[in-house]
Write a protein that binds this ligand. Structure first.
Ligand code: 6GU
Length: 225
């Protein structure tokens, strides 16, 4: 899978994919992330990419022309399944969307800054608008990193134990159950007896009960549908 990300702060997007599971995905050739500097696609003086908004008001707006230049340049070599704009007024990202995006081949993500991007670009080039939650970030980069991580780890072969994505929180609309590792006793705090029983069927039942209980307690909204 290929994920291309257009940004005015490309440096924000180097570290998130250079470690751990995202690095493994890249090393195995399962996920390629390219970060494109929007300023390299503007024809305006001093690499300008934003301007004052028509109608007045505080805050700059990202201009349509550099964005179109960048997208059309990338489209010469890549056919995108989706062109995603990261924006707080988009649809709230969730695991279902991560699953569905992980089935695509090529994605393009556009990171907004300032007051956002010219509406004409949204109308004519963007296919999907996504937010990562009800709060405002100073730009779309961290949101693009969140999406890329959530999508990338779902690609077959990225996680060592392929079943481990299946037992994530949210994968079946349940939060994950509690987990324990060594030592068995730490400062008189033990672990649930059942986990030492060796009875895998009983352990699975216990985990499921714990997941349901935790979900009912913390996120009852997930159990409604
Ligand atoms: Cl995708 N972008 C920005 N700037 N803020 C956000 C967001 C995205 N999602 C939540 N807040």
């Amino acid at each position: 899978m290929q994920i291309d990300i257009i940004s005015v702060v490309p440096d924000l997007l180097t570290s998130p994919f250079a470690h751990s599971i995202m690095k493994r995905a890249a090393d195995k050739g399962l996920l390629t992330v390219n970060v494109i500097n929007l300023r390299e696609h503007t024809t305006y003086a001093r690499a300008q990419v934003d301007d004052y908004q028509f109608g007045g008001g505080a805050g700059m707006v990202m201009m349509i022309e550099p964005l179109v230049n960048a997208v059309e340049y990338l489209q010469k070599t890549t056919r995108y399944d989706d062109i995603i704009y990261l924006t707080p007024d988009g649809e709230t990202f969730n695991q279902k969307m991560a699953n569905s995006l992980s089935l695509k081949k090529n994605l393009l993500m556009i990171c907004g800054h300032y007051k956002g991007i010219d509406q004409r670009f949204r109308d004519h080039f963007i296919t999907t608008e996504i937010s990562i939650g009800d709060y405002v970030l100073s730009g779309g980069e961290l949101a693009a990193a969140v999406l890329t991580d959530a999508i990338g780890r779902l690609l077959p072969g990225v996680l060592n134990d392929e079943s481990s994505a299946l037992t994530d929180s949210f994968q079946d609309n349940l939060l994950a159950p509690p987990v324990y590792t060594r030592p068995e006793v730490f400062r008189e705090m033990g672990i649930p007896e059942i986990l030492k029983s060796g009875n895998h069927k009983k352990i699975e039942e216990w985990r499921y009960e714990q997941a349901v209980e935790r979900t009912r307690d913390r996120r009852p909204d997930l159990l409604k549908d």
